[in-house]
Design a binder for this molecule. Structure first.
Ligand SMILES: [Zn+2]
Length: 144
């Protein structure tokens, strides 16, 4: 039997800082790094702190899945194959981290979106790669 047939397909994150646990009961989360010297927190892995310039290894932290809509733009033209309109946004998390993302679950119209409105992260399988692995993306939607 070919080796590929013996391996189960995996769920892979679309970006390295989307953490997917081997435990299916644990929800995926955005992984961050926290500076041990000054406490500044960043999205994903970092070699050095841009606030205090410390190069000490950083602490891995789990970022909140709830935040506030900092700024948004309704995109009407995009690359071929990308459906428009959609809402491109920057969401601020309570850890002081800003995340670029899309806002879903709302009609892409400025009347439905407010700066500072509460939003929550969720994940979705967006496509399957050539090896049959599911690719997971994160998005935000208005918080319930
Ligand atoms: Zn620092």
């Amino acid at each position: 039997m070919a080796e590929a047939e013996t391996q189960g397909k995996q769920v892979k994150p679309i970006l390295p800082f989307l953490h997917i646990s081997d435990n299916p009961d644990e929800k995926p989360y955005l992984a961050g790094s926290k500076c041990k010297s000054c406490g500044a927190t960043y999205l994903g892995a970092r070699m050095a702190c841009s606030k205090c310039f410390s190069t000490e290894p950083m602490e891995d932290v789990k970022l909140s899945d709830k935040g506030e809509l900092h700024v948004f733009s309704i995109v009407h033209q995009s690359a071929p194959g990308i459906p428009t309109p959609y809402v491109a946004a920057i969401v601020d998390l309570p850890e002081g981290v800003s995340v670029r993302c899309n806002i879903e679950g709302v009609e892409p119209d400025p009347k439905n979106l407010k700066f500072g409105m509460p939003v929550e992260m969720y994940t979705e399988i967006v496509h399957t790669d050539r090896d049959g692995n599911d690719i997971m993306a994160f998005k935000f939607r208005p918080a319930k």
